[in-house]
Design a protein around this ligand. Structure first.
Ligand code: FE
Ligand code: FE
Ligand code: ZN
Length: 280
């Protein structure tokens, strides 16, 4: 069964997001763990978290995806920025234990002139320092569009980060594939989806692919831009998106819309359309 949902605001708490998801027939969703551009996080309400877990069990939700703030950059040149990355990820993961068994997705980071190799090392170092095998959350590296000095625009970079992880953390770190980002990054998921998935499998291993961000792209392939479009209104198109969510090798993965919708209703319609096309 298709696991599909969208990014939701966490301002009214955990259970509220579950109820919002149900309103639009979603069976997964994504949320920011804290202000995406700042740093502060609300203190956790364990009862609210427990009510969400109960709701997701009752309604057969797939795994949920928490998204780290954009300002989290473990491979910054600046020590203060790296310190924030450590603090924010450690704190977010501690709070994720109240909603066990879900995903924590982050942008690997930008090396800002230090070089890809150094960036990869710093990212892996943070994961090795913060993650513990007993944590109940799987951390996901998001595939990026490769803008500026972003790490994660190539599958081999994500594989290189995973290769530096302590052996006991190998199963704690997976990948979230963002369709807009990989398309902007130069992977032709429109005309050669099988080829792209084969390449992912060769470098990272499809078993480590845990979630999809399903976004159309405002820019042509390999633009290295990262501007999301509504499904069917960009260079990927509805047909290719339906092939992606329906691909036999991608079944069961939570599919999260991060499209520029104005309101919940917009996401509801996008979900309804994709579900209908998926069944054909
Ligand atoms: Fe993201
Ligand atoms: Fe994304
Ligand atoms: Zn993006």
């Amino acid at each position: 069964m298709l696991k599909i949902g969208c990014h939701l605001s966490s301002s009214k708490g955990f259970e509220h997001m579950g109820r919002e998801a149900l309103k639009i027939n979603a069976n997964t969703f994504q949320f920011f763990t804290r202000n995406p551009r700042g740093g502060s996080a609300k203190s956790i309400d364990p009862d609210d978290a427990a009510r969400l877990m109960e709701l997701t069990r009752q309604h057969g939700f797939g795994p949920l995806v928490a998204h780290a703030p954009y300002t989290l950059n473990p491979c910054s040149k600046d020590q203060k920025t790296r310190d924030f990355a450590y603090m924010a990820m450690a704190d977010d993961l501690a709070r994720m234990e109240y909603i066990p068994g879900n995903y924590y997705n982050f942008h690997p980071g930008s090396h800002v002139g230090q070089g890809t190799e150094k960036g990869i090392e710093l990212i892996a170092q943070m994961l090795n320092d913060i993650l513990k095998p007993e944590m109940q959350t799987t951390v996901l590296l998001e595939t990026m569009a490769g803008k500026g000095s972003e790490i994660g625009g190539k599958f081999e970079e994500l594989a290189a980060i995973r290769a530096l992880l302590r052996p006991e953390l190998q199963e704690k770190v997976g990948v979230c594939l963002d369709t807009c980002h990989v398309h902007d990054g130069g992977y032709d998921i429109v005309h050669d989806l099988d080829g792209v998935l084969d390449e992912f499998d060769r470098f990272v291993g499809l078993g480590h692919l845990k979630a999809l961000h399903i976004n159309d792209s405002m820019n042509p392939m390999a633009a290295h831009k990262d501007r999301h479009a509504k499904i069917g209104e960009g260079h990927i198109g509805t047909e290719a998106m339906v092939r992606i969510i329906g691909h036999p090798k991608l079944q069961g993965l939570p599919c999260i819309l991060e499209t520029p919708q104005e309101d919940l209703d917009g996401y509801g319609k996008e979900i309804e359309m994709l579900k209908k096309e998926y069944k054909k």
